[in-house]
Write a protein that binds this ligand. Structure first.
Ligand SMILES: Cc1cc2nc3c(=O)[nH]c(=O)nc-3n(C[C@H](O)[C@H](O)[C@H](O)COP(=O)(O)OP(=O)(O)OC[C@H]3O[C@@H](n4cnc5c(N)ncnc54)[C@H](O)[C@@H]3O)c2cc1C
Ligand code: FES
Length: 263
């Protein structure tokens, strides 16, 4: 396990992605070089009485120590994060948890992203492309309720991968749920060469888990859970395992194998 650090970092960039989504970038994060796609950080909310840090997946890390998160405002902590301004200081604990493992050279990567589950998968796809993994072997299925829920479209497309947006109301990309185009893709391809990576709402994760098991396709799911401590101590984030017993999402996860966790 990587030893995390807790650093004060400056907010150097904030982007309003509309519809209550924000991207914020901090610098310097001294552990930036240790970060891998799938890892998360715990942000202390400054200037408040909020005691517990808020977990956020890493959306990108630059070689000179910039670290970005992308989030949706759902409650008090994320509202306060959205109100931060340039040069505000935030204490960042991380990197935490497990990360995605790399696909084999000849595998086709099937990414199933939804809602605010896309940032770690965008980071993963970016790093794969940087490592010279062929972009044409990456298939990025990104589902949302409506077109405004599909974020950073041009940034994802710029990676040169295969991008499949899907919206429930049909306002962008194919209409419906991601499961249908994903299953269609699986049936049109050699199943033994596929590997699934998913992060998103519980319904999507359950579907990705079921699809993996049904077609015998290996893969990984990144889970979310309430996380009081984020470092494996409080047991506030445990999930049940298929083989029996429990795991901590913050320590053994958030990335688990398909079929490993009872969803
Ligand atoms: C490993 C991990 C990575 C995450 N990455 C991201 C990310 O990249 N972007 C992002 O927007 N969010 C992410 N989240 C979720 C984020 O941590 C929560 O949305 C945030 O903590 C809510 O804080 P709050 O004070 O605004 O809301 P609260 O006031 O604490 O809660 C407001 C509402 O949101 C619900 N809620 C709180 N936490 C979660 C959660 N984890 N999942 C589902 N519902 C929740 C509460 O039940 C409540 O209904 C991640 C969570 C985990 C565990
Ligand atoms: S959040 Fe405390 S053990 Fe996982």
């Amino acid at each position: 396990m990587i030893k995390p650090t807790a650093d004060d970092a400056l907010l150097v960039r904030k982007r309003d992605l509309k519809n209550n989504y924000y991207s914020i970038t901090f610098k310097p994060f001294t552990s930036a070089k240790k970060c891998k796609p799938g890892h998360f950080i715990q942000l202390q909310i400054p200037k408040t009485d909020i005691f517990f840090r808020r977990p956020m997946s890493i959306a990108s890390v630059s070689s000179d120590g910039d670290i970005e998160v992308i989030f949706n405002v759902v409650g008090r902590g994320t509202k306060l994060l959205a109100n931060l301004e340039k040069n505000d200081t935030v204490n960042i604990l991380g990197p935490l948890g497990s990360s995605f493992s790399n696909p084999k050279k000849n595998e086709e990567v099937v990414i199933i992203a939804g809602g605010v589950g896309f940032p770690p998968l965008m980071y993963f796809a970016t790093e794969l492309v940087k490592s010279k993994f062929p972009a044409k072997q990456i298939h990025f299925f990104y589902g949302g309720r409506s077109k405004d829920d599909i974020l950073e479209k041009s940034r994802i497309k710029k990676l040169g991968l295969n991008f499949y947006p899907i919206t429930e109301d049909g306002t962008f990309g194919e209409k419906g749920l991601v499961t249908k185009p994903v299953e269609r893709f699986i049936n049109e391809n050699e199943k033994s060469k596929l590997r699934i990576y998913s992060c998103g709402p519980t319904g999507m994760l359950k579907a990705a888990n079921e699809i993996g098991k049904k077609y015998n396709i290996p893969g990984e799911l990144s889970l979310e859970a309430p996380m009081p401590c984020g470092v494996g101590i409080c047991l506030g984030c445990i999930v049940e395992l298929e083989k029996g017993g429990h795991a901590r999402v913050c320590a053994e996860g958030p990335v688990f194998q398909i079929g490993e966790v009872k969803l």
